[in-house]
Design a protein around this ligand. Sequence first.
Ligand code: UDP
Ligand code: MG
Length: 315
Amino acid sequence: MKESNLLSGSLKFSVVIPVFNEADNLKTLHTRLTDVMSGLREPYEIIYVDDGSTDGSFQILKELHQEDSRVKIISFTRNFGQHIAITAGLDHSKGENVILMDADLQDKPEEIPKLLAKLREGYDIVYGHRNQRQDSFFKKITSKVYLSLLSKLTNETINPEISPFRIMTRRVVDYFNQFRERSRFYGGLVAWLGFPYAIVPVEHSERFSGKTKYNLAGMVKLGIEGIISFSDIPLRLIGRFGLLVSALSFIIGIYYLLVWIINGIPTPGYTSMIVSIFFMGGIQLIVLGIISRYIGNIHLEIKKRPLYVIKDKIE
Ligand code: UDP
Ligand code: MG
């Protein structure tokens, strides 16, 4: 029998899930999620955003939709990335509250009622806090180092134990949907909005099936994007660094002047000259590199291309 919402039009919950090659996870995820959501006894929708999967995920999603009309599917023409997939899901969500979670069952659907109970105490965002984060040691370390760096660079505290697993009220989502920048780091953007939030401990699991979509290069890319899109502190540091180098060279200049006055002849300094030329050359290239990232970012944003391209939308 086809299930549907009794009260369409007043959706209480939307669940948004980005999906990229998660064929082996989807059925289990959907069963467990549906159990939890129907237990809440309020109308809801589940929006799966197929981010250009090539492993038959879309086919499985279509089957889920046929069995349950509360399943909506947005399917991209190609892979646009997790954060853009989440954006598309939020753009299309209609629920009064929106739940965000991963498709790999690392976030447990059974923890949703906990997040919801906290939200009802009057918060606008409730984050799941992964007490025992079930990721590789490498991932935990890099994400910790990166987020503490990002927190410093943005003056915003971003807790590394906070997962993307969260529930948000409609007004947070409506504001979030106004962000149309291309390079987006949604953890930071939601923190930037500044709505009252709470953190609730949740269990975190290993991936149900498959492996993480992020390799080292992917994480570095996301990391640099996060910093560049969020902070101009690297640009400001360049100026300060320039001042420091100038001050240093001034002091060195005085030192050689004194040496010249005392000894009469300047010391031959081939090595120090070559080293400092290379040193300064290197520094200048690094600085140029940093500036180029910002210019590259402007270049990308100024084109105002659509953030994603939808191939199929099944509602
Ligand atoms: N994901 C996506 N597009 C991508 C990469 C990942 O939609 O390009 C989805 C993926 O299917 C999963 C979530 O984003 O639902 C988190 O991905 P993953 O589990 O690989 O990341 P990790 O948990 O290792 O951070
Ligand atoms: Mg995962």
